[in-house]
Design a protein around this ligand. Structure first.
Ligand SMILES: [Zn+2]
Length: 92
């Protein structure tokens, strides 16, 4: 399953939450299937729950579980990435 969404495919209510390209990364969009700057909203919401700012995310963390750029793209689990984010958050 590809959770990535580009700005064009983003539901309007999510788009209004002040999404910055700082927290996007290059990948295949799960909506239109084009390669673009895409967002993994589920992952971002977990990062934000930890109080991480966009720039902290951009500097220190993966912004997508997987880019889905090729069939062997390594997909990281939400739990593993939340673990890394907790470490970063504890240092801020
Ligand atoms: Zn799209």
């Amino acid at each position: 399953m590809n959770a990535n969404l580009c700005m064009a495919c983003m539901p309007a209510d999510k788009n209004k939450n002040g999404l910055s390209l700082d927290v996007a990364d290059t990948g295949v969009c799960g909506g239109c299937k084009k390669v673009s700057d895409v967002f993994d909203l589920e992952l971002l919401s977990e990062y934000r729950k930890l109080g991480l700012a966009d720039l902290d995310i951009w500097r220190n963390l993966r912004r997508l579980r997987s880019s889905h750029m090729n069939p062997s793209s390594h997909e990281m689990s939400l739990d593993a990435l939340i673990g890394q984010a907790q470490e970063i958050a504890s240092k801020e």
